[in-house]
Design a protein around this ligand. Structure first.
Ligand code: MLT
Ligand code: ZN
Length: 467
């Protein structure tokens, strides 16, 4: 039994497995990533291979110490937070792309590989992992599996669940679940790898992943289009999705309040980007050449200008301009410079209801506090909206619940979700209990109890401690 931090760190160093070990003091000098609460643990272990992860998990099981898996520490719901007495299993040293098979279009990657590393490596073969998100430089493949990340291209290619072919994970008792299937078709009984997708490290630690790769267009063009509402944006998306010879790579929406705030924080000159419309749509179109993509965007927008009620539009004429448009959409952490820890939400709204949903939540939030005017933006084509309230957090509990009611009530019934792509983690556990079907929750708890009866892997995440 390990009693204090020094004994714990010495015991971890004495394990003799292929891993670096830091104590709590060392952790306090390091960058915890997106969440200040990530580095609360007594120690961090950085295994270099699956055997070292298994040795660490066995040590934790033998000593009744709980383990928090961490990837790029870019999570937004506190799933990687840790506290004294716990050990972090940092997958950052398992960052090799073991293989890219350009013919089968499959990559075998270690869990700590960042998305950008895989994107760049696949590009050398004209391929792409088919999934992209703003945190690409830091988020890791294992973390993306664990939260079932979605991002910008999910509307065409699905979420992480649809991009993986197989995976390897270390179970809470130290056994290795090995299913690095690299073919699309396998119907050999229960497809258990999916249990680890979106499990946020509560059922096992994902160590290696087989991912699908897709051919990628050689060039792209970007536009920023001002429209009146999400329905108009959807009309444009339908047009570009239906075109042959080009592929729509992104369709991101921003309501005006968000775009104006971002524009100000980025320090862009007035008029640099056209923002004078109720909604802004970022379109990225892939084609064989930049000219072909640009022409297709220009012609498509011109053809639909009146029908879709386009207010204004800009097709980027330089990489710099395209980059500015993407910075407006992606550097969302700037909102946290306006408000301290603004309450933030991540919902999936069934396609046809976006405008009605946004109108309803704006009114509902105003009825709680007339000063509330949410920042709304997200992934238009799959209905995933991100919503931040324009106030400092955390809010008193009853106020937070009232906001959640405005945002979440009726969502599941209409076929949506209170958590689209950021997971449940620590911060959305109450919403999970209030808005997820009780039978589904019962089954999830039974699976957790079966695989991790002593609650050693990422305890207190997804499920409230009493469950
Ligand atoms: C995004 O789409 O930008 C991410 O999900 C992050 C965010 O919600 O801030
Ligand atoms: Zn997102």
């Amino acid at each position: 039994m390990v009693t204090d931090e020094k004994t714990l760190v010495d015991a971890l160093r004495g394990l003799g497995c292929n891993a670096a070990v830091w104590g709590h003091a060392e952790l306090s000098h390091r960058d915890p990533g997106f969440d200040e609460r990530n580095f609360g643990a007594s120690a961090l272990v950085r295994p270099a291979d699956t055997a070292a992860v298994a040795a660490l998990v066995k040590f934790c099981a033998d000593n009744n110490v709980s383990l928090v898996p961490q990837g790029g520490r870019t999570g937004l719901t506190g799933a990687a937070t840790s506290h004294v007495g716990q050990i972090i299993c940092d997958l950052g040293a398992m960052n090799r792309i073991e293989e890219i098979d350009p013919f089968a279009r499959v990559a075998i990657v270690q869990a700590g590989t960042t998305l950008a590393t895989l994107q760049n490596a696949a590009l050398a073969d004209g391929l792409d992992p088919g999934i992209d998100l703003a945190a690409r430089g830091s988020c890791t493949i294992g973390g993306m599996v664990s939260t079932n990340a979605g991002g910008i291209m999910a509307f065409r290619n699905g979420t992480m669940r649809h991009r993986i072919l197989g995976l390897e994970a270390v179970l809470p008792d130290g056994r290795i679940f090995s299913d690095l299937t690299r073919v699309l078709k396998t119907s050999a009984g229960y497809d258990l790898k999916h249990l680890f997708v979106g499990a946020e490290g509560t059922l096992g630690i994902v160590t290696r992943v087989a991912m699908r790769l897709d051919p990628v267009a050689g060039a792209s063009a970007t536009a920023l289009v001002g429209i009146n509402d999400a329905a108009a944006a959807q009309r444009l998306v339908r047009h570009f999705l239906g075109q042959t010879g080009t592929s729509l790579r992104a369709a991101e929406i921003m309501w005006r309040g968000f775009a104006v705030a971002m524009n100000k924080m980025l320090g862009f000159a007035p008029g640099q980007l056209p923002l004078d419309a109720p909604c802004l749509l970022v379109l990225e179109l892939g084609a064989d050449t930049v000219d072909a993509a640009t022409t297709a965007l220009e012609e498509g927008l011109a053809a639909l200008w009146e029908e879709a009620g386009i207010v204004d539009g800009l097709v980027a004429t330089s990489l710099q301009q395209a980059r500015a448009i993407w910075r407006l959409r992606e550097e969302t952490e700037l909102i946290e410079r306006i408000h301290k820890l603004p309450p933030s939400f991540d919902v999936s709204v069934p396609g046809g209801n976006l405008d009605a949903y946004v109108c309803a939540i704006e009114a509902g939030l105003k009825s709680i506090d007339p000063s509330y005017a949410p920042y709304v933006f997200g992934h238009l084509a799959d209905g995933n909206l991100h919503i931040s309230i324009n106030c400092d957090g955390p809010l008193p509990h009853d106020r937070h619940l009232a906001i959640e009611d405005v945002l979440y009530v009726g969502l599941a019934e209409s076929g949506g979700s209170f958590s689209a792509e950021h997971g449940v983690g620590l911060d959305k556990r109450e919403a999970y209990e209030r808005h997820v079907d009780p039978v589904k929750r019962e089954l999830a708890s039974a699976i957790k109890a079966l695989l991790d009866p002593r609650d050693l892997l990422n305890p207190g995440k997804i499920f409230s401690p009493s469950v």
